[in-house]
Ligand binder design. Structure first.
Ligand code: FAQ
Length: 310
């Protein structure tokens, strides 16, 4: 069996493809694209919540938020490592992100204006991320699928802490509940956009599904997220900002309104509310961290030459 036949057999049998296996160029490229984009999202995603660490309402909330933001950094690192097994270096991925040639999730280009936004991000953004990522634990590429298992466990905790913030606000004063409603109003539609374009407009879905990278379509995952989240909003006593949202008895799913696709594509193409600021902050942190990378590399060199002598 040659490499190509073996790859086809692995996909056909729904087994994992590992870094040393032969794989088509397109498979490697689409995985680098998706995993790098995913890793960048985790890292850029630290900014909207990091914005509230210094202003968290209590010490306990601050400690929880710091742990969550650190978890996101960890997710980025597992994902960069998974992408590196495909033959791209972390440095190259950073350069591509900083040059605007790699994407990250549209959601992180929106501002976190109030403390309730921290709750809404945990509840909705982590909720949407888990919905998508549970499917990716079954992705055909071994290192990506395995990274997803741990990430999903941590994201579940994040989602619950976000929901708990929302619940606390909704059980609080009228002003607190209004703040929670305002956060839901602003984060609902961008959260639905996280799942990507409609299936009919999705460039990569057909091929990624054939290669067992994607196991569910963008629209099916979005529907699953809406079905899961509407009852949670009802429990909070909040209104989803969609006049077309209603339960469809026949389909046994919620019908919901149309996303503003002009807004989605504007954000994806770099023209969202905070795209420039997010990349500028990221680039600055990278430049300012140069001495840390140099020191770590020097330490690693010294350490490895010592063990070579020993
Ligand atoms: N934003 O053909 P498709 C998180 C692009 S992690 C920006 O359907 P595909 C944790 C897409 O890249 C959140 N671009 O693409 C956290 C493609 O352009 P390209 C991130 C988007 O890959 C929580 C074009 O549109 N999660 O939140 C978006 O088959 C809280 C056509 O689209 C992942 O990345 C978008 N929303 O499906 C952290 C999961 N949607 O690349 C901090 C892994 C589409 O040809 C705080 N990724 N595009 O230039 C995926 O599952 C997929 O890549 C999809 C898109 C589903 C996002």
């Amino acid at each position: 069996m040659n490499g190509e036949q073996r790859f086809d057999a692995l996909i056909e049998a729904d087994h994992k493809v590992e870094p040393k296996d032969w794989m088509p160029d397109g498979y490697r490229k689409t995985l680098i694209r998706q995993i790098a984009q995913h890793a960048h999202s985790e890292i850029i995603g630290m900014q909207p919540e990091g914005n509230w660490i210094s202003r968290a309402p209590t010490l306990k909330r601050k400690a929880i938020l710091m742990a969550k933001v650190q978890d996101e950094a960890g997710h980025g690192l597992y994902l960069y490592s998974a992408a590196e097994t495909l033959g791209i270096s972390r440095h190259e991925m950073m350069d591509l992100l900083h040059a605007g040639r790699h994407k990250y999730s549209s959601i992180f280009n929106y501002p976190t204006l109030t403390w309730a936004d921290v709750g809404a991000v945990g509840w909705l953004v982590d909720g949407a991320a888990i919905t998508n990522q549970l499917m990716l634990t079954r992705c055909s590429y071994g290192p990506y699928a395995r990274a997803m298992v741990r990430i999903c466990k941590e994201e579940s905790f994040h989602q619950r802490q976000g929901y708990e913030i929302m619940l606390t606000l909704c059980r609080g004063s009228d002003d607190q509940k209004a703040m929670a409603q305002d956060a839901l109003d602003r984060w609902w539609w961008p959260s639905l956009m996280m799942f990507g374009p409609h299936d009919a407009d999705s460039t990569h879905s057909a091929q990624s599904t054939a290669w067992n990278i994607k196991r569910m379509s963008n629209d099916d995952l979005r529907q699953q997220f809406v079905d899961m989240t509407v009852p949670q909003a009802e429990f909070l006593g909040l209104q989803i900002p969609d006049p077309d949202l209603r339960w469809n008895e026949e389909r046994q799913h919620y019908d919901f309104g149309e996303i503003d696709w002009d807004e989605f594509w504007a954000v994806v193409k770099g023209n969202g509310p905070l795209n420039r600021e997010r990349i500028e902050n990221k680039r600055r942190a990278w430049d300012e961290g140069e001495w840390v990378r140099a020191a770590a590399a020097a330490y690693a060199d010294k350490h490895s030459s010592r063990s070579a002598v020993a």
